[in-house]
Ligand binder design. Structure first.
Ligand code: ATP
Ligand code: CA
Ligand code: CA
Length: 458
């Protein structure tokens, strides 16, 4: 798989694939964007668009330095609709993915998929198997239905499904999705949890990495008591998981995980804050209120409170108010990210440009109170050792459907081991065990005493 120091996937060097992905997405988004919006139709889920990219350049495609390839966009209109529903502008999508080199991630999964991250952290690209791509296409109408019914979902957000066909004829299918763990934060612990205990321990090789992803048994070793959440956070999270599991079960999906990233605040921010004797949370300085400037840092305005600002009166239109409010929220988030990461605000502002709102935000997903339950976009929590942390999470790897092969694998493994603990079971059982694991083992509700001690504001 690694040839001359470069990853090669289906006989295609990773650098060729990255270039192909960027050229292909730029072309695909560029050609769907001018098309007029209309209601989604059933046939939109089945459509695809094919474009050839010869090395020497074609009528509509630029010349490039890698081998010729063909690029297929699945259901471009449906995915455009999803991107819009998720609040992603075509321009930002294209700039994020196509304007700067992608970063290759080392994948802790066993499937051999390649992972790439957009330079600004927002998007993850994952190569998927033919079976998974086919399944996602079948899933799209149901996925669409779920999205319109339930916005508070931890399920992956799919922004595109494409296929790169190499000159040698290999099909490399990939999805673009949201990055759940913004790499701007350092994760002191990162877990991929399924609720199964059978062989769910990170390999030695994984543990050697600088950012290992641990598994269920590792979690139980490290946090025998689990992670404590304020009651309202716990309830919102469990409710979301329940609804999501119902959807997953109905599609006979299994083998998914909850990806959990844990950043310990006390190891970074508190130290810094105590050094300059600030309180634990930074004050919210008002964002600049210039109507046309989008730059959150564009001017160091007078320190007047946004909310009591005389401008926020009857003379200001509703849109203007919404825009100002949105910017105030973004600014708060940015200052919190700055406090957590120690990165100066102006550097952060440059990195994220106009796209701070795309950085994973669990308060939006779960509709939590950003004043009490979240910080810098993550859920506030305490470990069983009373370490204050923020947690980012989401469900991943949902394109695996229960199949005959899996069933055989299960009955075989169940003969050898404890049937219930084996991670290959049926979808209903899988979903029930998954929910139970998080409700009882991983997450706990803070009791009154703990709340009073740790979160007196609640
Ligand atoms: P396998 O099938 O062997 O479990 P896979 O190749 O299908 O692996 P995933 O399970 O989807 O891969 O993901 C592997 C790892 O990649 C996760 O444990 C996580 O660390 C990271 N990862 C996957 N999706 C995301 C995401 N949306 N955001 C952040 N990290 C992710
Ligand atoms: Ca997985
Ligand atoms: Ca998988």
């Amino acid at each position: 798989k690694v040839v001359d120091g470069e990853v090669v996937y289906k006989k295609t060097p990773s650098s060729d694939l990255m270039q192909g992905i960027q050229l292909g997405i730029r072309h695909s988004v560029g050609s769907i964007t001018p098309k007029q919006s209309r209601d989604l139709l059933m046939i939109d889920f089945e459509e695809h668009e094919i474009v050839d990219f010869p090395s020497e350049g074609g009528t509509y495609t630029p010349a490039h330095s890698s081998n010729s390839f063909r690029f297929k966009s699945y259901a471009p209109r449906a995915f455009r609709h999803f991107r819009e529903a998720f609040g992603i502008k075509a321009e930002d999508f294209m700039l994020s993915l196509c304007n700067e080199p992608l970063r290759e991630l080392s994948n802790p999964g066993a499937s051999g998929s390649l992972f790439y991250m957009s330079h600004n952290d927002h998007f993850i690209i994952k190569t998927v198997q033919r079976r998974e791509a086919l399944f996602l296409r079948q899933l799209l109408p149901g996925y669409y239905m779920n999205l319109t019914q339930n916005k508070k979902t931890l399920l992956p957000k799919f922004f595109g499904l494409y296929c790169y066909k190499s000159a040698l004829g290999f099909n490399i299918r990939f999805v673009v999705m949201n990055n759940l763990l913004p790499s701007i934060f350092r994760y002191h612990e990162r877990y991929d949890l399924k609720g199964s205990t059978h062989a769910r321990m990170a390999s030695q090789k994984e543990c050697m990495k600088s950012d290992p992803t641990f598994k269920d048994l590792d979690f139980m070793n490290k946090h025998p008591e689990g992670i404590y959440l304020p009651p309202s956070t716990y309830e919102a999270l469990m409710r979301a998981m329940q609804r999501d599991c119902l959807v997953l079960r109905s599609f006979k999906i299994m083998d998914y995980s909850l990806l959990v990233g844990l950043h310990k605040l006390d190891e970074t921010e508190l130290q810094r804050n105590s050094m300059d004797s600030q309180t634990s949370m930074p004050d919210v300085t008002p964002p600049p209120t210039h109507a046309n400037s989008f730059d959150l840092m564009s001017s160091p305005d007078k320190p007047q409170s946004f909310f009591s600002s005389p401008r926020a009166s009857a003379s200001v239109s509703k849109e203007e108010k919404n825009e100002s409010l949105r910017r105030a929220v973004l600014y708060k988030k940015l200052s919190e990210i700055a406090a957590v990461t120690g990165t100066p605000l102006n550097v952060l502002n440059k990195k994220f440009q106009k796209q701070v709102s795309y950085v994973a935000d669990i308060s939006e997903t779960l509709d939590l109170d950003p004043e009490l339950e979240t910080y810098a976009g993550g859920m506030l929590a305490y470990t069983d050792k009373k370490e204050r942390c923020i947690i980012f999470l989401g469900i991943i790897d949902i394109l695996q459907q229960y199949q005959l092969k899996k069933r055989l694998e299960h009955s075989f493994k169940a003969l050898l081991y404890d049937g219930e603990a084996v991670s290959v079971t049926n979808p209903s059982f899988y979903a029930a065990r998954f929910q139970d694991f998080f409700a009882k083992r991983v997450f706990k509700v803070m009791g009154m005493e703990m709340l009073k001690e740790l979160m007196p504001a609640i």
